[in-house]
Design a protein around this ligand. Structure first.
Ligand code: ARG
Length: 275
């Protein structure tokens, strides 16, 4: 009796293994055939505390960047697998080529262009200051003498440094945008410097927080987001083409309106692409 139970268990296990391998094998077979529906899955990293561009919603990364990247991938004939890797790990993953794409509201700048390739610009931004009501901030010069919070290694940090100096002890650097906003809320810092749309979204989502915003286009300059690729990536050209197609066929405008409730200025993006 004992033996036969063992035997039938083994038979069952073997049967399962067969079914499983038959299943897996089937998928491999169809992938091997390279049918037109079989799309290459690109691995994407992000830092998903950056609403409305990327944030976690019921366990999934969502936001403007997610919709745009999905549309571009679709256009270019790829599938994307977006993971909330975090900011630094995203860049490390691109360097080591474990990731094919970084999509995180990443500003195109000369320093980053030394190590990564960028798509054509897909969003115009500028730094903005967010602070609790009653804090004396009218322009960027008022950052002097204040406790400042930024997300580490972002243009918010560079904007703050342009006023109070690099390595200024008045700047606290946080690993995520969420931690920066928490520090503002708890009073650990008096002012956060981050991207305009993210600051405005924070105020919109936290109407009782008493947080106000001020921008300063004398001190802070316009910047543009791009999709990030490892240097020399074969995918950049496909995604540039796809983005341009989404600009022309109205799909970019559709996604933009969904998240920002207004028409985008596609011409200024195209203009920025020439620089
Ligand atoms: N645009 C800024 C930069 O590139 C901030 C991006 C932060 N993105 C994020 N997903 N937390 O430096």
């Amino acid at each position: 009796m004992k033996i036969s139970i063992k035997k039938s268990f083994l038979t069952l296990a073997a049967g399962c293994a067969l079914v499983l391998s038959a299943c897996g094998g089937g998928q491999e077979d169809s992938a091997g055939k390279q049918t037109s529906e079989e799309k290459k899955v690109l691995q994407v990293g992000t830092e998903a505390t950056f609403a409305p561009f990327e944030f976690m919603d019921k366990g999934k990364v969502s936001g403007f960047d997610v919709d745009l990247l999905n549309a571009a991938a679709d256009e270019a004939g790829y599938q994307v697998n977006i993971e909330n890797t975090g900011w630094d790990a995203m860049f490390a993953g691109l360097q080591s080529k474990q990731l094919d794409i970084g999509m995180a509201g990443v500003t195109i700048n000369d320093e980053r262009k030394k190590s990564y390739d960028f798509s054509v610009p897909y969003f115009e931004s500028i730094s903005m200051m967010a602070f609790k009501e009653g804090t004396d901030i009218k322009n960027a010069q008022d950052l002097k003498g204040k406790k400042i919070g930024v997300q580490n290694g972002t243009t918010g940090q560079f904007s703050a440094e342009s006023v109070v100096g690099k390595n200024s002890p008045s700047i606290s650097k946080y690993e995520t945008a969420a931690l920066m906003f928490q520090a503002l809320q708890s009073g650990d810092v008096q002012v956060a410097v981050t991207d305009i749309a993210v600051a405005l979204e924070y105020v919109k989502n936290n109407p009782d927080s008493g947080v106000k915003t001020v921008s300063d286009d004398q001190q802070f300059k316009p910047e543009y987001y791009g999709i990030v690729f490892p240097k020399g990536s074969q995918y950049k050209a496909d995604f540039d083409k796809a983005l341009n197609e989404l600009y022309s066929n109205g799909k970019y405008a559709e996604i933009y309106k969904k998240w920002f409730g207004k028409e985008p200025d596609v011409d200024s993006l195209k203009e920025a692409a020439k620089q």
